[in-house]
Each structure stands twice: as C-alpha cells, then as structure tokens.
Ligand binder design. Sequence first.
Ligand code: 173
Length: 501
Amino acid sequence: MSKGLSGKEVAAHNTAESCWIIVHGKAYDVTEFLPEHPGGSKIILKYAGKDATAEYDPIHPPNAIHDNLPPEKHLGPVDLDTVLKVEVTITDEETARQERIQQRPPLTEILNLHDFEAIARQVMTEKAWAYYSSAADDEITTRENHAAYHRIWFRPRILRSVTNVDWSTKILGHASKLPIYITATALGKLGHPDGELNLTRAAAKHGVIQMIPTLASCSFDEIVDNAAPGQTQFLQLYVNSDREITKKFVQHAEKRGIKGLFITVDAPQLGRREKDMRMKFEAEDPREVTDNKVSNKVDRSQGAARAISSFIDTSLDWKDIPWFQSITKMPLILKGVQCWEDALMAYDAGLAGVVLSNHGGRQLEFSRSGVETLVEVVRELKLRRGLTFPNEKFQLFVDGGVRRATDVLKAVALGATAVGIGRPFLYAFSAYGQEGVERALEILHDEFEMNMRLLGARTIKEVVPEMVDAGSIHQHIVSVPDDSLYYSNYESMLSARLKDV
Ligand code: 173
C-alpha cells in the first residue's frame, strides 16, 4: 500500500514559484498563499519542500492550514520516513536560554504566583514572552487590573472557631475546589510543547475548571480527550464571521460535554500589543518590500495575535443572542462585559452570567478593571432587578490582575461566583510544565487556608460584602504601597529606534 507522497516529491517544490510544505504528515501547496501569510513568506520559504511542523505548531491553532487552504491545495499524506530532517541552527541567544532553563530554582522555592512570572520571563523564548505578557497601548490597564485590588481592604471578623475552613464552591452548578477557574488564553504551545494539556491535567488533579480557548495550540478534541472522567470544562468562543463554522463548533463542544459557553464580546478587533508587534515576524521576503513598505496585501506588522484573529466577526450584536440560544443548551456567558448597563442587558436576555473583564488589559486601554466594574454591577442589578450576589441564576465572574488568594477573596466578597486566572498559569507551565501549574494551585490552596482563617470565614458563603471596604475602588489616584514583586516583573515598553545603518 502506498504511504503517500515521498519526501523527494515534496522536496522538488522548494521555491517561491512552487512551494509545498509538510505539516503533521500531510503536504500542502502554499505557493499562492505565500504573499498572504500573516507571518510573512520568508518563514514559509525556509521550509519549502520540507517538514514545517515544528515551526508551525506553537504559533498556529492546529487546523489553521487545513481550514485556510482550498481543498485543491491539500496534497495528502507524505511518507515521513523518506523526508529529510530540517537542520535547525541554534543561536547564541537560544544557547543562553537553554542554560537559564537549567538554572531554574526547584519548585519548592517558588512561593507565590509572581515567582512563576519572574522565572518564565527568563526562560521563555522572546516571542512567547512578548505574546503572553503584552497588553494594549501603554499597558496601563494591565497594571491597573492588579493595582485595583490594592484599593480594597479587609474588615475581618474574629473569634469564629476557624479550625476547619473550606474554600470549595460551585461554578455554574459544577464543583470546584477553589473559587477560581483557569481562564482561556491562546497559543499554549508558545510556552511549552504540551501547551494547554498542562492546564487540563493539572486542573484534573486539583479539581478546578479549565476554560478551553478557541485559539488553543492543541486541538479542542485533544484537550477534551485528555480530561479525566467527569472533569468539568468550559469553552471560550470567538465567533466566526462564518456562522456555520461557529454553530458546528458549539454543537460539537456540547456533544463532547462542555458545561458552559463563554462568548468573548470585547474583541471585535484585537488591541495594539506593541511588545508582540515589535517581535518582528521575520516578515519580509525581499521581493515584497518596495520603498520600505511591505506589500499591502496583508499587514504583517501586527504580532502573533492579530495575525491569527482575522476570522473574528466584527458584526456580533445583541441581536445574535437568540441565535446562540437556539443552537445550544449550554449556559451562555458573555466574557468581556465592562459596565452595568451591558450586564443588565445580559441578564434581561436570559443569559447565565457575565465575565467582568478587560481581557487582561489587552484590548481597550483605560477600560476599568473587572473588580471595579463588579462593584457597580452588583449595586445596579440589585437596584433595578432586585438581584443579590452571588446568585445561582445569574453568575458574575471577574478576571484580570489576580495573583493572590486575597484578590480572589475580595472579588468573592463583593459578589463574584469565581475569578478567572490566565497569565499566571501560562507562566507556571512555561517555566515548569504541568508541575508548575500544580504548584501554582497548591500555593493558592495554602493562601486560601490561611486567609479564610484570618478573615474569619469558614466557608465561601461566609465571605460577605461586609468583610471588605471597597470605598476607594473608583478612585484611580490613591497612594498605595508599591508592590515590588509585581513591578520587578513588569517590563517597560521600548520606544521607537533609529534603524541600524
Ligand atoms: O488576548 C489575546 O491574545 C486573544 O484573545 C487572541 C485573539 C485572537 C488571536 C489570538 C489571541
């Protein structure tokens, strides 16, 4: 039986005039796609006639090539035994990075979530760090997300017999050992070869819920297949302009047992993440550059995220909500609500909840932090609809800037059902793989035990609004002590530089 195309046949197509590449054992004719590739043609041409899987994997969702090329460009399986290995040149920077990886401290020396970030920053590739850490414009919002928690202080209760404390809870009716969930973040393989599976496996061990991203590096089915029996998973959805694709994806997810659909509503266009944008995507094939301008067929100066986000539907509207309700029975939650008016509309539309979020500060610069928005949402929904929170029928979630159990407890006290944590888990697995994520969750457990006792709350139900003073939450200029652990990880933006001559 034929094993498909031979390596030799593919290798003959190694020029810009006829360019075939192999990804995951299949050959594709990408000749006509070269000028349109968001990452530039140069990087594809480097793999012309060869196996590009290793380069492709971290930066693309798994079926991107399959979905983007018309069927006639799919050339079928290749006999991989006959394909020559691509020689990878190791740069000095990469050698130095490998040395730093060897010098990582043992996990027992990692004491808090900031520590993961500090180590990850030193051991990740530049591209991965730029993509994960970057945020919109001057990155003020991303810092505000963390700083907002500094404006909320506790009013603990004493003498409450806190020998036994329990910080487990339910999220959309599903058990969670912590009032947090692992929120969706794209491109997990940029940080670690196992990508999102690090999160799936650690979540299973620690009884927390993972929200699977639409733009994961591992395929959706792979992530679900790697879940333990009975493990709860949610799905984050970027809505495709082709609604049939979205419908299929959503219905497939429901069949596979996903327990909640979080529709992202704050990203009709991706924010300018300049750290990511400055990571040049080895873009230009010299033939496409004229007078210092890259051919305008595709704007490839935009960094990893913008490059793969063009499918997202900018026309998404409140009018589409009934359509979502008609295609699935999963609870629907809007992710990225930023004011009480929209939270109220979501409630009136019959949705199961909202995530108050500014997308980790990666979208609209100067959109308020989720925890600040939480305060007004709780106030106005009580006033206008008589709701109290936490509320089983309409759940409020918050994400952005969370690094400590105290941050989570503040949001829970103010009415959130649970809090999403994204980047810290990315940093944990980028630095230490699955074990890093497990350690991060252990640290949170330790912090919870101590802080529940100190707060005088024996269960999550006992974490009530009276336990916090959020009177300053809307004051954006207040004097707070510096958070040096956080700021030592924060990397200043670079300004434009003259060209080297
Ligand atoms: O924040 C992001 O980077 C993000 O949500 C995204 C969106 C589209 C493509 C890649 C990432």
